[in-house]
Design a protein around this ligand. Structure first.
Ligand code: HEC
Length: 74
C-alpha cells in the first residue's frame, strides 16, 4: 500500500492510517502472508489434511492484517 493512499486520502480506500503509524508491524504481517503462502506451496501434492491446515494458515494471515489495518465496509 503506497503512502498517501490511506482512507480519506484516496476515494474508496479502506487502508487505515495505522499502517503508516506501525510500518514494522504491517511489514511483519505482510511477511506472515508470504510465509503462509510458502507453507501452502510446500503442502501442495501432500495430503488433504496438510493442504487444509496450510489453507487455514493463509486465511489467518489475511485476517490478522485486515483486522488491524483494513477499515470495515460501510
Ligand atoms: C499485510 C496486510 C494484508 C494482508 C496480509 C492481506 N491484506 Fe487484503 N487488504 C489489506 C489492506 C490494507 C486492504 C485495503 C486496501 C485499500 O482499500 O486500499 C486490503 C484489501 C483487500 C481486499 C479488498 C480489495 C478492494 O478492492 O477493496 C481483498 C479482497 C483482500 N484484501 C484480500 C486479501 C486476501 C485473500 C489475503 C490473504 C491471502 C489478504 N488480503 C491479505 C491488507 C492486507
Amino acid at each position: 500500500v503506497a503512502r498517501g493512499s490511506a482512507q480519506g486520502e484516496v476515494e474508496d480506500s479502506e487502508a487505515l492510517p495505522a499502517i503508516w503509524e506501525n510500518p514494522a508491524d504491517f511489514q511483519a504481517k505482510h511477511q506472515g502472508l508470504i510465509d503462509a503462502a510458502t507453507a501452502l506451496q510446500a503442502s501442495a501434492g501432500t495430503d488433504l489434511a496438510g493442504l487444509q491446515g496450510a489453507l487455514g494458515g493463509l486465511g489467518a494471515s489475511c485476517g490478522a492484517c485486515h483486522q488491524a489495518y483494513r477499515a470495515a465496509d460501510d
